[in-house]
Design a protein around this ligand. Structure first.
Ligand code: GYE
Length: 379
């Protein structure tokens, strides 16, 4: 690996970013599937097709690197192991950044501890890795360590959650969390109208505090709740875990007994915990129950509960970012300037075939009714 070249490329990429400005459409790519297909099987396949295309393109490039014996060392500071989504994200990186693809992956599970994550990045600088991938546990507190990466000439690629107080990274690959929250709100509005439900009293189980995924999903849903005049009875941190979801829901069942008819869990694992808590408290949920249950992530286990009708709707967050990260790396290796922002595609999954689409931020988006084929095609 020619460190100087990468350093120069990184500066070029950063200069381009500064010129274009953060969020400028000229530096933004979408792995688009928002023109979603109508059939469930097709919709799921479209994710796979995109991922396959990205994987193949990057695999060609990395095969060259591998053939020339030029192994790239990649340090990956992962959030932790809190959820099914996280496992899928880790698997995605471990499948792409393999020795046979020409990579030496240094993986650190930061166990949801920001201090550990910053130290992991410093460890990668000390090791003089070629690239650093960060999935930031929280969205702030990054500028100092990213400056250290820059000074060391190591390009940083951010995946999944965003860094909101520093621009010193080459690319970010992830999802639009606010759109996910807005989609949950728009779906609930349309669904409640169809079902003739007038009073909406919501309990929210948030993800980890300070994570951009939490902030975006909370803000997006709240925007629709405020617009529609719904009551959000409470909104507490369930830390994106099953245990956290269960604990928060147990306390909600006591404090708000008989007062709520919607529970929004900001990921599937929290929803699994919330279901246990409601079951134990004698509260019925899902398509045949008294409480509408909404989730985010839509990993396989989440979709199984959509299929069984326990979860009414599940808003996908695609964890398979690694092929797109590899494209960023190979673009840099080839002397190009990668996109500053790459958006993963999202699909919205429901149990009942009563609504075909919702309009989110002015854009009409299909709803996918979950059947066994959809579950089987999911990660
Ligand atoms: O929704 C949750 C995970 O950052 C989008 O983190 C990710 C979130 C995901 O723990 O399951």
């Amino acid at each position: 690996m020619k460190k100087k070249l990468v350093s120069v490329l990184m500066c070029a990429a950063m200069t381009a970013t500064v010129l274009a400005g953060c969020g400028s459409s000229s530096t933004t790519t979408t792995t688009d599937t928002s023109s979603a297909d109508t059939s469930a099987a097709d919709t799921s396949a479209s994710n796979a097709a995109e991922t396959t295309a990205a994987t193949e393109a990057a695999a060609d490039a990395s095969a060259d690197a591998s053939a020339s014996g030029d192994v790239l060392t990649i340090g990956f500071a992962q959030v932790g192991h809190e959820s099914d989504w996280r496992t899928a994200s880790t698997n995605s990186c471990q499948t792409v950044f393999t020795a046979e693809n020409g990579y030496d992956l240094q993986f650190v599970d930061c166990d949801n501890d920001s201090a550990v994550q910053i130290e992991a990045v410093r460890g990668f600088i000390e090791q003089d890795v070629d690239y650093i991938i960060i999935d930031p546990i929280v969205s702030t507190g990054w500028d100092t360590v990213l400056t250290e990466c820059e000074d060391a000439g190591i390009p940083v690629i951010v995946i999944d959650r965003t860094i909101d107080d520093s621009d010193k990274y080459v690319s970010w690959v992830g999802s639009n969390f606010k759109t996910e929250g807005l989609a949950a709100g728009e779906w609930l509005k349309a669904y409640a109208e169809l079902k003739g439900i007038e009073d909406i009293n919501v309990l929210v189980i948030e993800g980890s505090t300070g994570a951009s995924a939490t902030i975006g999903r909370t803000d997006g849903f709240k925007e629709i709740a405020d617009r529609e005049g719904w009551t959000i009875l409470d909104s507490q941190n369930g830390d994106f875990t099953q245990a956290g979801g269960q604990e928060v829901m147990e306390s909600y069942c006591k404090s708000y007994e008989g007062q709520f008819n919607v529970v929004i869990c900001q990921n599937d694992n929290e929803a699994f915990g919330a279901m246990d808590a409601m079951k134990n408290a004698g509260v019925s949920y899902g398509v045949d129950g008294d409480v509408i249950l909404v989730s985010f992530d839509a990993c396989t286990a989440g979709l199984e509960y959509v299929l069984s009708g326990d979860i009414n709707a599940d808003f996908e967050c695609n964890p398979l970012a690694a092929p797109f990260v590899e494209e960023v790396i190979q673009t840099l290796e080839a002397g190009g300037t990668p996109e500053k922002e790459v958006y993963m595609s999202e699909h919205w999954f429901v149990n009942e075939d009563i609504l075909s689409s919702i309009t989110v931020d002015g854009e009409e988006q299909e709803l996918t009714v979950v059947d066994q084929a959809v579950v089987d095609a999911q990660y």
